[in-house]
Design a protein around this ligand. Structure first.
Ligand SMILES: NC(=O)C1=CN([C@@H]2O[C@H](COP(=O)(O)OP(=O)(O)OC[C@H]3O[C@@H](n4cnc5c(N)ncnc54)[C@H](OP(=O)(O)O)[C@@H]3O)[C@@H](O)[C@H]2O)C=CC1
Ligand SMILES: CC(=O)N[C@@H](CCC(=O)OP(=O)(O)O)C(=O)O
Length: 333
């Protein structure tokens, strides 16, 4: 018997990708997969890509999950905290939702509403010192998908003093799986296909998370829904604080990071190259006209933006090599 893992919210998109990664993980044994409205259905009926996974979705309650060594929570915002509080302290938890990401209860109240459940270790191993903190934690809060793409692009430039934290502008496009699997009219194929639509302009809930993770003090963020199932491409620009080569700063920051690839000069990140992988691709330059720093960042919102990152964090928490069971290679086309 290997390490016993369970997934709550296994009928959703992030949960389904977790099940796929766990099935290919050499050390993990899946002992429970739970759902809400889909409880009682077979996994391979809910997720046809997982045909052969012989398991019925259970109900999401602490008794179903408490038997695991590590539990992944892939639940809607506000559902993780109460459940996590009922699990034994020795059960490790990686929460893919937002409940435990923020330090500031006022930011939580402003962007999510209600009472803040308290902060856990932030699950982005590539931030300085974070890999060690994650390895020593039993509770880890995975990043938001946009937050992962944007933070990986921006944090080293602010930390190095290369970018001014006061003037950061981001436009990022996301595939529709980022919005989850629940049926919503704006996610219908007839609404999404052939369209690019901005949403929550200037009010997106990842703004405080990105500011917290990068040190940015002034951030304008415009998310855009794109007609594709998965993938994020973020364009991050900032006022330079001193004359450095941003590509060189990023390459130095991620020299030892197995999943963050600063592309060779002249090659630009695009979503298809990261699909199905746990990789984030980065490229940076200085705008010839305005002098602004520009960083492009691409990742799979269900990979490095959610389930892949969660497995990477779980590996660290369990003392395994962080790459175990994860691929840095995409599946395009
Ligand atoms: N999709 C993405 O790209 C990313 C998602 N995340 C986060 O991961 C979490 C899951 O997202 P995602 O998979 O996209 O969402 P989905 O809507 O696809 O799935 C949600 C899951 O939660 C279950 N669920 C719904 N309502 C409840 C409830 N009241 N109590 C318990 N379980 C419930 C659903 O069960 P059922 O289907 O049976 O009703 C389903 O298994 C969210 O917090 C999301 O923000 C983070 C980063 C990226
Ligand atoms: C396309 C789309 O709707 N994307 C989602 C991304 C959510 C996400 O990354 O996760 P968390 O909600 O866990 O932070 C959004 O913008 O809210």
């Amino acid at each position: 018997m290997g390490i016993r893992v369970a997934v709550a919210g296994a009928s959703g998109y992030a949960g389904g990708e977790l099940l796929r990664l766990i099935a290919g993980h050499p050390e993990f044994d899946l002992v429970a997969a739970t759902a809400h409205s889909q409880a009682g259905h077979r996994v391979d009926v809910v997720h046809p890509q997982l045909t052969g996974l012989d398991l019925v979705l259970g109900t999401t309650d602490p008794t179903t999950l408490a038997d695991a060594d590590l539990v992944f929570l892939a639940l809607p915002h506000g559902e993780s905290a109460a459940l996590a509080a009922q699990l034994p302290a020795e059960v490790r938890i990686v929460d893919l939702g937002a409940d435990h990401r923020l330090a500031d209860p006022y930011a939580w109240a402003q962007y999510y509403g209600g009472t803040h459940a308290g902060q856990w270790t932030y699950g982005l191993p590539e931030l300085p010192g974070q890999r060690e903190l994650i390895a020593g934690s039993t509770r880890v809060a995975n990043t938001g998908c946009y937050a992962a793409a944007i933070t990986l692009a921006l944090a080293p430039l602010i930390a190095d003093g290369a970018a001014s934290p006061a003037d950061v502008v981001v436009v990022a496009a996301s595939g529709t799986s980022g919005a989850g699997r629940a049926a919503k009219p704006h996610l219908l194929a007839s609404e999404v296909m052939g369209d690019l639509s901005p949403y929550r302009v200037g009010t997106h809930q990842h703004v405080p998370e990105i500011k917290q993770a990068t040190g940015a003090t002034g951030l304008s963020f415009t998310p855009v829904l794109a007609p594709m199932p998965r993938g994020i491409l973020a364009t991050v620009t900032a006022t330079p604080a001193r004359g450095v080569d941003p590509q060189e700063v990023l390459a130095r920051a991620y020299a030892d990071a197995p999943f963050v690839h600063v592309l060779p000069e002249g090659r630009w990140p695009h979503t298809a190259a990261t699909l199905g992988s746990n990789s984030c691709h980065l490229q940076a330059t200085v705008d010839v006209d305005s002098g602004r720093l520009i960083v492009l960042s691409a990742l799979d919102n269900l990979g490095k933006g959610a389930a892949g990152q969660a497995v990477q964090n779980a590996n660290l928490m369990l003392g395994l090599p962080e790459t175990t069971g994860l691929s840095m290679w995409g599946v395009t086309p």
